[in-house]
Design a protein around this ligand. Sequence first.
Ligand code: P61
Length: 445
Amino acid sequence: MVEHVQVTTEDYRKRAIEEAGYNTFLLKSRDVYIDLLTDSGTSAMSDRQWAGMMLGDESYAGSENFYHLEDAVKRHYGYPFLVPTHQGRGAEHILSNILIKEGDYVPGNMYFTTTKLHQELAGGQFFDAIIDEAHDPMNEHPFKGNFNIEKLDAFINKVGADKIPYVSMATTVNMAGGQPISLQNLKDLRALTDKYGIKIIHDMTRVAENAYFIQQREEGQQNKSVAAIVREICDLTDGATMSAKKDALVNIGGFIALRDEGIYNQVRNMVVVYEGLHTYGGLAGRDLEAMAIGIAESLDDFHIQARVGQVIYLGEKLIEYGVPIVKPIGSHGIFLNARAFLPHVSQDKFPAQTLAAEIYTNSGVRTMERGVVSAGRNKETGEHNYPKLELVRLTIPRRVYTQAHMDVVAESVAHVYEKRNEIKGLKMVYEPEYLRFFQAKFEVL
Ligand code: P61
């Protein structure tokens, strides 16, 4: 399948981004030349997945495709109980409501926007237990997704294990720049949580990409397949939420997977309130089939090597141009260090938001802010949360773009970098209550 791509002029794009309130989420896709907003639901499905779409069993209950998906989740991830949801946040919503009580704490390896919001809406409070290196874009620690086990242990002792329903463990930490957790760190986390009887819930959205980094970087893991490492990771956890729109190569879909039958029964019951019957969870039968096939494809060593390889290709080009990016290069995108890129724009003038708008104006390449706008406000004080990481994400969809596209992107970013001193910041003129980055609007200062 090929798509028409619109070529626009710089003047046209200036108007388009102004109309979009300098928010790349509010641009029309027809005005975008190369779309690196996200790798979520934007990957290309394979011939087999499309063939699977033709085999949709659209029965209301007990669809054949559900059983294929259940089998894929059991076989590849090893979780015995499965409930589909329409996407990742549907899974987060239901599991947070079941496991979290008012006044609970949920420690995790860095926040993710939707995950944290659902924890808070369920009455919990997120606690960041990732290693300090993760907050430093220049630090080249190979596993910046690791937990600081001592810090977590001290936190458990401080608030009490009965206030911690689970630890939220993400493989390939998105907000840190697509950074992996090591198998050893996960084993240490398991040992600690076992000591206190605390569960580990796995955000497995990009688990295959994490497994690839373990295979490449962790001592003693080189001879294992990505599939075997993925299984080992899952085996160390009690349950999972999944946005299948990333690793699993579908345009829509997600699930909750569990080991505990009691929790499964609660999830299975609540899913009928918010998503749909427990054998479809808001999806069509054909979507379930594409997901089952995509899961198997995502674990192929050659696929994952090519996928991460393309991201590394773009990152190395940007490094050659002298552009400051988060290191090591992550799995699903390049994260520009907007603080270093625009040191003259203070964080209250939204440097990453500004940079994303500038890149769009320069070339029609769409990227995403991951800084102060994404971090939202402190619930108690009402002040902006000012994260150490002020980043612009250039996210690569899987199986969509060629190296030539990556070259264009690198040239555009390098061009913006050359004229960085002319760039001024933004002010926020509209701010929605939840997940403000999706719909906030800005004006040029
Ligand atoms: C993304 F700007 N990610 O990276 P859902 N966990 C993790 C995700 O990466 C994730 C979800 C849970 C997106 C889409 C998106 O602040 C944003 O299927 C590690 O999107 O509901 C989604 O899964 C949620 C973009 C989400 C954002 C939130 O582009």
